[in-house]
Design a protein around this ligand. Sequence first.
Ligand code: URP
Ligand code: ZN
Ligand code: ZN
Length: 460
Amino acid sequence: MSILIQNGTLLCPEGPVKADLRAEGEKIAQIGPNLPVGDNTVIDASGKLVFPGFIDTHTHLEMNKGLPNETADSWASGTLAALAGGTTTVLDFAEPERGASLSSALDTWHRRADGAASCHYAFHMTIKDWNPSIKEELADMTAAGVTSYKVYLAYDALRISDGTALEVVRAVGEQGGIVGCHCENGDLVAAGIAAQKAAGRWGTAAHPLSRPAAVEAEAITRWLTIGELAEYPVNIVHLSTARGLEAVRNARARGQKLYVETCPQYLLLDDSRYSLPGFEGAKFVLSPPLRKKQDIDALWTALEAGEIDTISTDHCSFHFHGAKELGREDFSKIPNGIPGVEHRPVLMYTCGAATGRISPFQLMKLLSEQPAKLFGMYPQKGALAPGSDADIVIFDPEYRGLITAAAQHQAVDYTPYEGMAVRGRVETVLLSGTAAVTNGQVTAPNQGRFVRRGPSRFWR
Ligand code: URP
Ligand code: ZN
Ligand code: ZN
């Protein structure tokens, strides 16, 4: 079956072009002016923006499975929500049990995702343990299409030492992959939480106070030192502060190659949310926490200047009722994480492209091209180009809407963006050449497939 998308503004790798695009089977076959209609199914994209499918490289679906703090979104609901919002590929974090092999986690994540997913998907691997047998498994992971990893410098159940992190970056670098890091100083977070409680502060307002900007900045500086000594590029996930950004700029000024992710919540929401009445602040408890207006401004300036490489969601949804409530009496027991996989494209269009802070072309690079390059999927994914996969989003910039939990596909009982007015809408999504969203409605669920990834393609 072939589909002809006519008269759209296509966000191609070289820049926006007004042209037609023909998808044949699962691939993009042709891009050019006035392509012949023939027997193609025609989609009129006049006045619309046409993007390569958006890629969210930071989700946690079915995390903490079987525990009281299990995440709300399953692979079925999370990827359906992603698709509805224009995300055609998610990269989720597979996480081995303590002492278990990487392949055991890979098997578990495949078992959960295969056959359930509505958008395409791939896995990063979390490194909690490091020993010769895990190191040996890296080559198996590469062969299985897993080429990126995450380490944590915070969370007692997850964090590794600096020396281990150095070895991981080297070993993954030798495989052509990349390691991302959760940059918060775990010891200082523990001390910060204890200090808040000692001062009698047990509510959500204590959450940002327990892990201030300096705690992130120190860990970023340390992580970049590790990358420098390992002599491989590294990735920083969920950057949230101006101080962290300062560390990034210093390292880049010295010539270090590194990549930076931030998330819509750090660009749009501030720490005043933790002082909302009642227990409402719990809806915004994630780590790193929401920050101050000055941090938000600094991140936007960096985004406009091209200093940030990817925007992903860190989608980690917990029900307010039942899960977040575990921390009603003690903020440190509130499960950390917020939902967002469905709304990232429209949020970033509304607050970035529609306001002129970034162009639709920059948006395409942040949400599609650069994630695909960094995580070894380019140009199969992330490009409107002949031969690339026909994962395509047709976006109507004129639409006006509201974000509400009642209307979302995310299977969680709230959204941190409740009531926010948005500009634009994902009208049509082609997933591997099949119309999976039509007129804003999901029309072909459950078509997601595993994406086998190759080495990172570094552009810095
Ligand atoms: O609070 C967060 N971000 N939860 C998800 C896990 C992580 O640190 O990325
Ligand atoms: Zn993290
Ligand atoms: Zn995360």
